[in-house]
Design a binder for this molecule. Structure first.
Ligand code: SF4
Length: 358
């Protein structure tokens, strides 16, 4: 099925026929279970700073939003959250923040990665937690330092591969070319590379989403994190006319299922944004082919200040509540939570093997 043609993808993205939708879902779920097994990998998500130097038109923490209390967690808070994560059996962590490229920020991220590695090595995790970074576009030198410090996965969402749509949701200073170039550098520097798009953007067509899926397949990415567009009231796109929740949910689930069918051995996240549209959104994401969930480990005092979109779920819950709730959700989807396992994408392992790296 990874030979799906563009026209077939466009047609599937337009279907509302329950039988056809279920056929895609079942195929994606069967492929996930037969190729990757029924395990779901947790990545403890630490949103360590909401300071951002960029101004994406859809994002609640854009630099132009002055109605936002800015924060940066301390190294001690990050290490504490990482230790908790390792103790709870998660194999991996995601460090996420707004985008900055100043030397102090690069130093901070490098120190955080080193601190997490040092403090989470144990018999159960001989190399400490696996670390994914999601800190935006960075120059090669910074990425190299992060990789050498011990981070080995990187998520950089492209949001859309359509040049016109990209321009309509970003200020002129941000370009698709530079995002694509950073994705190439990440790969050259040896990271497992993830990307993703936003689904249900104003002006986005099924053809554009089909092209996004083909971009996923043809560029050999290892991981995907994608979710529905959900406006934030304090942004220029906060009052856009949007598709109904059920439509954005239908498209988001189709994108997960079709990404699974096209890329087979990659990791695909059931993102929190799915749950913002549908109370069982993450379980649905798993049943459409996702195999990763990112429980929030952001220190409680900061959670309400990392609002990329309105109605973000779980901002009131503490780590333990969040974990218990998620375990139930995973089990409801008929899956099991992997313990003490980095959960690297099979796709990445095969790629590294083929490229002759360790
Ligand atoms: S999407 Fe990322 S880069 Fe853009 S404003 Fe938000 S945090 Fe900054």
């Amino acid at each position: 099925m990874n030979g799906l043609a563009r026209e077939e993808l466009v047609s599937l993205l337009q279907t509302r026929d329950p039988g056809e939708l279920e056929a895609v879902r079942r195929r994606a779920e069967d492929l996930t279970l037969s190729t990757l097994g029924n395990r779901v990998y947790y990545r403890g998500l630490i949103e360590f700073s909401n300071i951002c130097s960029l101004n994406c038109l859809y994002c609640g923490i854009r630099r132009g939003n002055h109605n936002m209390k800015r924060y940066t967690a301390s190294q001690a808070q990050i290490t504490e959250a990482a230790r908790w994560c390792a103790g709870a059996g998660f194999g991996s962590i995601v460090l996420q923040s707004g985008e900055r490229t100043d030397p102090a920020f690069v130093d901070f991220v490098e120190e955080a990665v080193l601190g997490i590695k040092e403090s989470t090595v144990s018999q159960r995790l001989p190399e400490g937690l696996g670390i994914t970074l999601c800190v935006g576009e960075q120059p090669r030198e910074a990425l190299r330092r992060f990789r050498e410090a011990g981070a080995h996965r990187y998520l950089l969402r492209v949001e859309t591969t359509n040049p016109g749509l990209f321009r309509s949701i970003h200020p002129g200073e941000q370009t698709l070319e530079s995002r694509l170039s950073c994705l190439s550098i990440l790969r050259e520097e040896g990271f497992a590379v993830g990307t993703g798009v936003m689904i249900g953007l104003p002006g986005q067509t099924p053809e554009m989403l089909a092209d996004d899926l083909l971009f996923y397949r043809d560029n050999d990415f290892d991981m995907f994190g994608m979710g529905p567009f959900i406006p934030h009231h304090d942004t220029p796109m906060g009052r856009e006319t949007i598709l109904p929740d059920c439509e954005r949910m239908r498209l988001s689930l189709l994108m997960i299922g079709l990404a699974r069918l096209l890329t087979v051995t990659t990791n695909i996240a059931a993102t929190t944004a799915l749950q913002a549209l549908d109370a069982t959104g993450r379980e649905k994401g798993l049943s459409w082919g996702a195999n990763v969930i990112m429980p929030s480990l952001t220190p409680g005092e900061f959670r309400k200040d990392y609002l990329l979109y309105d109605g973000k779920p779980c901002t009131d819950e503490n780590k333990e509540d969040c974990l218990n709730c998620l375990k139930r959700r995973v089990e409801m989807a008929g899956r099991v939570v992997a313990v003490d396992d980095w959960g690297d994408p099979v796709h990445y392992k095969a790629r590294v093997h083929n490229e002759g790296r360790q």
